[in-house]
Design a protein around this ligand. Structure first.
Ligand code: ADP
Ligand code: MG
Length: 364
């Protein structure tokens, strides 16, 4: 069995999505449509292997132009920065350089992304680790969507997991910034030990959210927007009628419904990690895609889904993955250290909220 699901859904001025299978044709394809609320334009398409939905409050031409630019931005982000498959990307080049003494030249922006990831690695005590590439490749997570119910997947042996784990560990990743005067954005290098591989799957959507927010801020003609990137949601500005943005949190036990709704003003990034988002079944056992670096196997923290609310996308995306692995106690503490609110849905159905989340979340 294979499934891709989004962790959050949009309500109100935005059409709802319950699931977004990879490759599925979205309700609209690159076309604008008028929203029920005056002055809003809606778009849907796919990028970065997931469904993108946008509602933009602006003049039609400005909204169209933003939509085009945003799709271009997402395409470039995948092609030039994040993809581990495309040989045009920085992540591909970094992985190909593993073991090389002179390291790999990277952009200042990529260095910042990796620095945030290393900080989260330390603060999550290793639960969040972007050097899990060898392990995620062993588990073949990216291929799960392509396999049908009847097979293709078998759980890797413990020996293979141990071997892959020996090639993981962010403490072995080194970033060198140019420290001379006038050091430019290209003046950074990363050193990856031989055999190790990066996997930025846990922060890609968050990086995209941050870049899209910057793009929105550049366009003065946009008063409000909400963007869903495979269920990671960015709110910006205000709607014409002044009403807040509504974001539903999927029920991990029944992904056709939600457990409640977040009511948000503009400026938030909502990120969800869940065991129902991507998984595979073999010999009656269900394996999901968030791996615990302490064991090399899918994390078993009693959590089914975590939603993190924060202003900076990359933080939210990384934190939701880390919180899933750490569980509610340690995860909530970590999130609060970053000024983020968190919501945990446990396997027994219990919903655990950080104190600040209570003012945004309305249980169904
Ligand atoms: P998604 O982006 O699929 O909605 P996440 O943001 O939680 O969900 O990211 C999960 C992805 O991150 C996995 O598919 C894998 O590529 C990678 N990953 C899995 N476990 C970890 C981990 N412990 N630390 C960092 N990345 C991970
Ligand atoms: Mg994540």
């Amino acid at each position: 069995m294979k499934r891709f699901l989004c962790g959050a859904i949009l309500f109100g001025a935005v059409f709802s999505i319950g699931s977004c299978a990879k490759g599925q044709t979205p309700p609209l394809s690159g076309k604008e449509s008028e929203d029920s609320t005056e002055g809003a334009w809606q778009y849907a398409d796919t990028a970065m292997g997931t469904v993108v939905q946008e509602t933009v409050y602006a003049e039609k031409d400005i909204a169209n132009c933003f939509y085009e630019s945003s799709m271009e931005l997402l395409g470039k982000l995948e092609k030039e920065d994040l993809s581990w498959r495309l040989d045009t990307s920085q992540v591909y080049r970094i992985n190909a350089s593993a073991g090389e003494k002179e390291g790999c030249q990277i952009s200042g922006e990529m260095a910042s992304v990796l620095e945030s990831c290393l900080e989260l690695y330390e603060r999550s005590q290793g639960a969040f680790d972007v050097t899990l590439g060898s392990l995620t490749r062993l588990w073949d997570i990216d291929k799960w969507a392509a396999w049908d119910d009847t097979g293709g997947f078998s759980c890797p042996s413990r020996e293979a997991v141990e071997q892959a784990l020996s090639l993981c560990g962010s403490e072995r990743l080194r970033i060198q910034r140019g420290d001379g005067p006038g050091s430019g954005s290209s003046d950074a290098k990363v050193f990856l030990p031989e055999g190790m591989r990066l996997d930025l799957g846990a922060v890609g959507k968050g990086v995209a959210q941050s870049r899209l927010r910057d793009l929105l801020e550049e366009e003065t003609g946009i008063t409000g927007a909400v963007i869903s990137l495979g269920g990671s949601i960015l709110t910006y500005g205000v709607k014409t009628d002044g009403s807040p943005w509504k974001v539903g949190i999927l029920d991990p036990g029944d992904t056709s419904s939600n457990i409640g709704i977040l009511t948000l003003e503009g400026g938030w990034c909502v990120s969800t990690s869940g065991d129902y988002e991507r998984y595979v079944e073999a010999d009656g056992v269900r394996y999901h895609h968030i791996l615990d670096p302490a064991t090399g196997y899918p994390a078993q923290s009693g959590v089914r889904g975590v939603t993190v609310l924060v202003k900076e996308g990359i933080l939210g995306d990384g934190l939701s993955t880390a919180c899933f692995i750490l569980g509610p106690e340690k995860g909530m503490t970590l999130a609060s250290e970053y000024g983020a609110e968190s919501l945990f849905v446990m396997a027994n159905g219990e919903i655990i909220l950080s104190p600040g989340m209570e003012s945004y979340f309305q249980e169904k």
